[in-house]
Design a protein around this ligand. Structure first.
Ligand code: ADP
Length: 260
């Protein structure tokens, strides 16, 4: 893309050349297309629950409200779709906040054992509904530099996914261990697993392996992308190993000391 071009003349006013300024706008174009895709996805994700709520309300107003069973059914759909929209808006706000926030400014010494115990306590109720066991395996206390709230958000997300995507009477294991100057945390489930072809994409925004199974659990497909950006902002990384119908293992590696 040429931003400016200036002709150069000599004393006799003969054309002698030109100064042409080029701007490489590949990155800007890439950003614009990502932004377009993002808004396209958001609109699409909002359109589906809005149409469902609109459809159900119309049917109810056209007489279905007089039948208690149908009324219950449609009201439940309206409630579910409303919850999905609420979760989507919450996730979008988080993306917006994390992208404009400097995690390094909020670092503290975080005890990972304490943080993970907190996450387990918060998810026990939903795990109990499926008679699932959650185990924490750690031979000592592990501490690292990090933002407690954001790291808690990450591990809560991984733990809730493990619960959602696993069946009844299964066990979820959280294992912490030292890896050189890093701390590795594994969240291991015995759930439905992730097909090999989908694994490279699950950290992308709005990516869901199977809409039907995700919809059932009320997912937005944004959870893991938020997790990945928080872990990266801490100088760490996240990997996944999974086998269909056997289970998944999410491996989070975080440095003990964050680079200033
Ligand atoms: P969602 O909100 O749909 O759960 P996520 O970003 O958290 O979105 O996850 C993306 C997709 O990865 C999910 O739709 C789900 O299919 C798959 N997934 C995530 N965690 C697990 C897990 N522990 N077991 C099986 N599949 C999982």
């Amino acid at each position: 893309y040429i931003s400016t071009a200036h002709p150069i003349f000599n004393e006799r006013e003969d054309f002698n050349g030109a100064v042409i300024l080029f701007h490489d706008i590949t990155d800007i174009k890439k950003y614009e297309s990502l932004q377009k895709e993002f808004f396209g996805n958001v609109s699409h994700e909002l359109k589906t629950p809005i149409s469902a709520i609109k459809g159900c309300t119309e049917i109810l107003l056209n007489g279905a409200k007089n039948d208690p069973q149908t009324c219950d059914e449609f009201l439940t759909i309206i409630q579910d779709e409303n919850n999905r929209m609420e979760q989507l808006v919450k996730d979008l706000l988080l993306i917006n906040r994390y992208e404009h926030d400097q995690i390094k400014h909020n670092t503290d010494r975080v005890c990972l054992n304490e943080l993970l115990t907190d996450c387990i306590v918060q998810t026990l109720n939903i795990a109990n509904l499926k008679n699932q066991k959650i185990m924490l395996e750690a031979t000592e206390d592990y501490s690292l530099d990090g933002d407690y709230i954001k790291l808690q958000h990450c591990f809560l997300n991984l733990l809730t996914n493990a619960i959602h995507y696993s069946g009844e009477d299964t066990t979820i294991t959280i294992r912490i261990r030292q890896r050189g100057s890093n701390i590795e945390t594994q969240v291991i489930d015995q759930g439905i697993g992730i097909p090999a072809a989908d694994i490279p994409h699950i950290f992308e925004r709005f990516y869901r392996v199977d809409r039907a199974r995700s919809r059932h659990t009320g997912g937005t497909g944004l959870g893991l992308s938020i997790v990945a950006s928080i872990i990266e902002a801490h100088g760490g990384n996240i990997k996944v190993k999974s086998e269909l119908n056997k289970g998944s293992k999410f491996i989070v590696t975080l440095p003990q000391k964050m680079k200033k």
